[in-house]
Design a protein around this ligand. Sequence first.
Ligand code: HEC
Length: 135
Amino acid sequence: MSLKFVYAAAVALALTGAALAQDASSGVYSPAQVARGAELYAAQCARCHGPSMEGLDVAPPLTGATFLSHWTGQPLSALSARLRTTMPIDKPGSLGQAASADLIAAMLDANGYPAGKTDLPPGAAGQAALILDAR
Ligand code: HEC
């Protein structure tokens, strides 16, 4: 294999990687999904995290600088895994992939990330390349 070929292959790989990764500001959820997520949030999360995700007592806010500092640079699949394994804190493991995707859509909306035309796909495969960029 010539050096030239190795270089070309490396550049092609880098470009593919860049094209696959997408940031959360590029419209990765739909308004309909926010409506579903808000309903779930009101039923299962608001009593601890507050009606507007502002935080209450020991439950931290799910909007704003501190929250974003925990997740900026990470794929949305990491946030989904966190929700599905630890929340609601008194009933961990009860959220499915679709419910956690809808909840993430509501959280992105509340944090000022723009909506797009299609739903955030449930499941790690579709979320792993979607990175939470800084607001
Ligand atoms: C019974 C109270 C309670 C309920 C209900 C609850 N949470 Fe939490 N949540 C907490 C507490 C307390 C923490 C902080 C401790 C921890 O991180 O585990 C937390 C932490 C979090 C975090 C991490 C925040 C950060 O800054 O990284 C997220 C995200 C989250 N909750 C989302 C949710 C969602 C979504 C729901 C609804 C499905 C929910 N929680 C329901 C109490 C609750």
